[in-house]
Design a binder for this molecule. Structure first.
Ligand SMILES: [Zn+2]
Length: 107
């Protein structure tokens, strides 16, 4: 596996700071509202509040910040499936590795 290009940029201080910020954000009316609505950002299903977590779209460990744009409400299952991948890497992970026959991109 060519893992080298997956760069882990965040240091421990950054991670601690952004996680603390996420906990604070969770208490704000904006996120309380989302938690009460109970819709998972990823699968779109409805869950009881206690089944939901706040998830960084770009993980903190990958340099993502705790902002409204990057912090979403999702169910535990989706959170687990996502792990450390960014959205682009997730798409790559879901793409079949073998190209269709007759692919013209290699000579
Ligand atoms: Zn979900």
């Amino acid at each position: 596996m060519p893992d080298e290009w997956i760069e882990v940029t965040a240091d421990e201080d950054f991670i601690r700071r952004e996680r603390a910020k996420a906990r604070e954000l969770r208490k704000t009316p904006y996120y309380q509202n989302l938690l009460n609505r109970g819709i998972c950002h990823y699968c779109g299903k409805k869950f009881p509040r206690e089944e939901l977590t706040l998830d960084h779209i770009v993980p903190v460990a990958r340099g993502g910040r705790s902002t409204r744009g990057n912090l979403v409400v999702c169910c535990r299952q989706c959170n687990q499936n996502k792990g450390m991948l960014t959205p682009a890497e997730q798409l790559l992970a879901e793409t079949p590795e073998t190209p269709p026959d007759g692919s013209p991109d290699r000579q």
